[in-house]
Design a protein around this ligand. Structure first.
Ligand SMILES: [Zn+2]
Length: 526
């Protein structure tokens, strides 16, 4: 990365021309922050033309000096970097992910620093109309057209009218203070927090040079040093978008983001860049599959959570938003008529693949991303179609039910607005708690823990103590494997140690990872 890059294009959203005269437009914002050269390029627009007296505007037109003075940028009081730079493809294609202020947020700030160096860029109108460097303009048009088509089919964002999503489940406690407060409140211990930290250290050590993670630990940087029982030739597709998404979710769950200073800021940033670099253009939106809808759903969920966590009110990273909304459009179009998702877009699916799509869509919707009207309603119908007579004993593709898919189904139903006051549903949660954690089946235990946490089931403390202490006790404690988990079971043998470690870390983050879906806490509005 070479020094500071002045953006050559200005997305239309931020384009606030001070002057438009004789084929020349002056384009704010133009100053590039310098406090952390390449990684925290801050670009915030200051365009206060509307507040300047008409006479001053007139003067600006005629004097270059005042023109220069008309532009300034400032560094936010909190010093947080709200922008990202990614290099993808060829060496000189620098991509800037930038946080943009909405017009309403661009108010005069009396604390702004006026005496910093200022650079002014003058571009032609033709340049101003260029799309984000993320994607070619024609692709953006295709997606826009798709979304319009979707809208024509019954209106945008109509899901809520069919599925009432709970207002809880926010990510606001993912801060150092939140970890302490909510860890204490819901049952973390010093040992479980140390286990989370050890897991994150192991995950960070297994990030590949290109920012990705792989389920295949025979590759760099592990080179097979971690033992596993994964059976060769029998595994399901294991895309690195899925592995990268899972690892990112574990970091995000503990409050580590690309925008907040911390031990793993760069780790998370590199992971996000990797996902963005491999997002493939599709007829509708962006495809993160790498061969499996598992990969797409998990990656989208991580990107959505990263977007939520790096947004401040209406200030958000516009390119990350673009990525999330286009990937969500792809998910929506990839849904089968049954309401499920399969390994391949459009194919009849199952509970496990569908779960990642549902959770990722809901995570995207936290960022006000639109989806097709019926996407979540159809998904809910699919989930219910896998049990008989509303007994909430869910199966893989249909009845009969079994324990793991029941744990997934119960968690999904909570996300999809199922009230815990409906007695058969509540009884199903109670039976889940009574069966207890499986201890080696982390897929079951992860979703069961989510379901019991989100419903604040009275059996939580007993469930939590058993699973938490088991995970603390079974984590690898020494050598290269320290911080990781591996259990020799069906799912563990498919996903291997990386999958198991990420899932166990997220299970131990549950206290502060999500605000319970069905408990209102006034001081966290998200
Ligand atoms: Zn290893």
């Amino acid at each position: 990365m070479t020094g500071i890059t002045l953006p050559k294009t200005v997305p239309p959203r931020v384009h606030l021309p001070l002057i438009s005269a004789a084929g020349v437009r002056v384009v704010p914002p133009v100053l590039v922050g310098t406090h952390d050269s390449e990684t925290s390029l801050v670009r915030r627009s200051r365009s206060d033309a509307a507040r300047l007296p008409a006479t001053l505007i007139s003067t600006i037109v005629h004097t270059l000096v005042l023109l220069l003075l008309a532009f300034f940028t400032f560094q936010g009081a909190d010093g947080e970097a709200d922008s990202l730079i990614a290099r993808q493809g060829q060496a000189d294609s620098v991509v800037v992910l930038q946080a943009l202020k909405s017009l309403d947020d661009q108010q005069f700030d009396k604390n702004a620093v006026f005496d910093q160096p200022v650079t002014v860029s003058i571009e032609t109108p033709a340049v101003l109309t260029m799309a984000s460097p993320l994607a070619a303009k024609d692709k953006a048009d295709v997606v826009a057209a798709e979304m319009l088509e979707l809208a024509a089919g019954g209106g945008v964002t109509g899901s809520e009218s069919l599925v009432r999503l709970p207002s809880g489940g926010g990510l606001a406690m993912r801060t150092p203070e939140g970890r302490v407060e909510y860890g204490k409140k819901y049952g973390a211990t010093r040992e479980s927090e140390e286990a989370v930290e050890a897991a994150l250290a192991w995950l960070a050590a297994h990030q590949r040079d290109n920012g990705s993670w792989s389920f295949n630990l025979d590759l760099d940087p592990c080179n097979g040093r971690c033992r596993h029982t994964k059976k060769k030739g029998t595994e399901s597709p294991t895309p690195s978008t899925g592995a990268t998404g899972l690892a990112l979710l574990a970091f995000l769950g503990a409050g580590h983001t690309h925008h907040r200073e911390g031990l793993y800021q760069e780790t998370v940033r590199r992971g996000i860049y990797y996902l963005r670099s491999v997002a493939a253009e599709a007829e509708a939106g962006l495809d993160l599959q790498q061969g499996s809808m598992y990969g797409h759903g998990i990656a989208l969920m991580a990107l959505s959570e990263a977007l939520t966590m790096s947004s401040k009110g209406r200030l958000r990273d516009s390119d990350l938003y673009d990525l999330v909304s286009k990937a969500t459009a792809f998910t929506s179009v990839a849904q089968h008529d049954s309401g499920s998702w399969g390994y391949v877009p459009g194919s009849p699916g199952d509970m496990t693949v569908s779960a990642w799509q549902v959770l990722s869509i809901i995570a995207a919707k936290k960022n006000r991303v639109d989806t097709r009207t019926n996407t979540l309603a159809d998904a809910k119908e699919f989930v219910m179609s896998t049990c008989k007579d509303r007994d909430f004993w869910f199966g893989y593709k249909g009845p009969p039910g079994e324990e793991t898919t029941t744990a997934i189904g119960l968690a999904l139903m909570l996300y999809l607005g199922q009230s815990t006051e409906y007695t058969p549903f509540y009884n199903a949660l109670t039976k889940l708690a009574e069966r207890g954690p499986k201890l080696s089946n982390v897929y079951h235990d992860y979703y069961a823990t989510l379901a019991l946490h989100h419903s604040r089931h009275p059996a939580w403390d007993e469930w939590n103590k058993k699973l938490r202490d088991h995970l603390v006790a079974t984590q690898a404690k020494s050598g290269h494997e320290a911080g990781s988990w591996h259990f020799n079971d069906h799912w563990g043998n498919i996903g291997g140690r990386l999958y198991t470690t990420a899932m166990c870390a997220m299970t131990l983050e549950v206290y502060y990872r999500y605000m319970p879906l069905y408990e209102t806490v006034d001081d966290f509005p998200l």
